[in-house]
Design a protein around this ligand. Structure first.
Ligand code: FE
Length: 149
């Protein structure tokens, strides 16, 4: 049966940990978002207005998820990207919770909930990955690593 509630699994991932361990390793807010699929309040996250060059990694497992090159200002209050840095690092799945039909974005390696993706992006990809700041860890690029942009 297809799962309709958002919410990460704790088994079957390259990185699988029991909830108690995630709870120890993450902040309460990160646990609530990554492991319980909650959403941080808009405009509260650390990376909403960030324009620094670098990569955004999963705050749960460190997997490289998004590049600053793909980040744009969506005005929604959450960091928004028009594509993942490496397509395979994110997994998309239907989320019919809260009486909406949305597509959930999870980290493939640890199953952590990242946010949702919508088809109304303003760039060529047409995608808007709407991601919780607290599910990400920003890693500034080394000089020259990302090229001119
Ligand atoms: Fe992860």
């Amino acid at each position: 049966m297809r799962k309709t509630q958002a919410g990460p699994e704790t088994t079957g991932r390259e990185i699988s940990k029991p909830d108690e361990q995630w709870r120890r390793e993450l902040t309460p807010q990160q646990f609530s978002v990554l492991r319980q699929a909650h959403t941080e309040r808009p405009f509260t996250g650390a990376y909403v207005h960030s324009h620094q060059d670098g990569f955004y990694r999963c705050a749960g497992c460190g997997s490289k998820l998004f590049s600053s090159d793909a980040k744009f200002d969506s005005g929604t209050g959450w960091p928004s990207f028009d594509e993942p840095a490496v397509a395979e690092t994110v997994e998309l799945r239907p989320d019919n919770s809260l009486f909406m039909r949305r597509t959930e974005v999870v980290c493939r390696r640890c199953g952590g909930h990242l946010g949702h993706v919508f088809n109304d992006g303003p760039t060529q990809t047409g995608q808007r990955y709407c991601i919780n700041s607290c599910s990400l860890d920003f890693e500034p690029a080394e000089p020259g690593e990302l090229g001119e942009s």
